[in-house]
Design a protein around this ligand. Structure first.
Ligand SMILES: C[S@@+](CC[C@H](N)C(=O)[O-])C[C@H]1O[C@@H](n2cnc3c(N)ncnc32)[C@H](O)[C@@H]1O
Length: 260
């Protein structure tokens, strides 16, 4: 690391975190008022105040967890995800929706002669302080700026030729495309730019089984979605709205394709 600076990979979903913190302040204020005897269970206002208090406190816990995950958790988890790929060091890597470079830079650190390319449309609502300069600054701090390049573009129309990359990564990006058809287009783009023999790793909070199905349909026959017990619990609690997981798959290379 250069100059003792720390990389800043940004706060995910800053608007959602802000709204949850507003609810948390409301919930905590109601709790304090309850403890001070301003209202009690017998009061008519309790019908509204109790659920608001409980929801506010739950949102507060969730917001604190999201802040912790953005600052500490996701940097540790990145390594676990990147370990799913068998690295040679000479790969051409693409990170779709790279943001401030969490996976892009993690991959670049595993390269010797290879190169890591990031592409993003820099949506501020998805990541606080999201911009290409920030990504390159992080790459500089992490000592890999010479292996990294950053482009502006959309996952649904990747400006790269077919079979350009040996590894394609995407982390917490594709769920931000709200239409299922358009997410499918983005996943097909990932399959298109992947070279034969190349590997894909998509991490997301939702839709991972749909991504795996699209990849299989695009010829990555071993693509599969992996979810841990914690993810199943989150899926259950949120009635399917969230469900952490990752998709891993590879494109058959002509050498390993079964002979007719
Ligand atoms: C929550 S951030 C995750 C950033 C980074 N991959 C990480 O794991 O920290 C989601 C990123 O996806 C990007 N994004 C959303 N929709 C996109 C699209 N259609 N094409 C390219 N990037 C997109 C956003 O701009 C944002 O940088």
């Amino acid at each position: 690391m250069k100059d003792n600076q720390t990389p800043n990979y940004g706060l995910d979903a800053p608007i959602a975190v802000r709204n949850m913190l507003i609810f948390a302040v409301l919930g905590i204020s109601l709790l304090v008022a309850r403890l001070l005897g301003v209202w009690s269970r017998q009061d008519a206002i309790a019908v509204v105040a109790r659920p608001l208090m409980l929801a506010g406190i739950s949102f507060g816990v969730m917001a604190l967890w999201m802040i912790y995950d953005s600052k500490v958790g996701k940097i540790r988890e990145r390594e676990v995800y990147l370990d799913q790929i068998d690295w040679n060091g000479n790969e051409r890597v693409l990170d779709v929706g790279c943001g401030l470079g969490l996976f892009l830079i993690g991959a670049a650190k595993r390269l010797s002669t290879g190169r890591a390319v990031g592409i993003d449309k820099w949506q501020q609502e998805d990541l606080l302080g999201n911009n290409a300069e920030g990504t390159l600054r992080n790459a500089m701090i992490e000592g890999v700026v010479d292996k990294v390049e950053v482009h502006t573009g959309d996952a649904r129309q990747l400006p790269f030729a077919d079979s350009s990359f040996d590894v394609v990564l995407s982390s917490m990006a594709l769920h931000n495309i709200y239409s299922a058809d358009e997410r499918q287009i983005a996943v097909r783009e990932i399959a298109r730019v992947l070279a034969p023999g190349g590997r894909v790793l998509i991490v997301d909070v939702r839709h991972t089984s749909a991504y795996a199905a699209t990849l299989r349909d695009a010829g990555l026959s071993d693509a599969r979605c992996v979810q841990g017990m914690f993810s199943y619990l989150i899926t259950l609690i949120t009635f399917g709205a969230a469900g952490w997981g990752y998709v891993i798959g590879s494109k058959v290379s002509p050498a390993s394709a079964p002979k007719e």
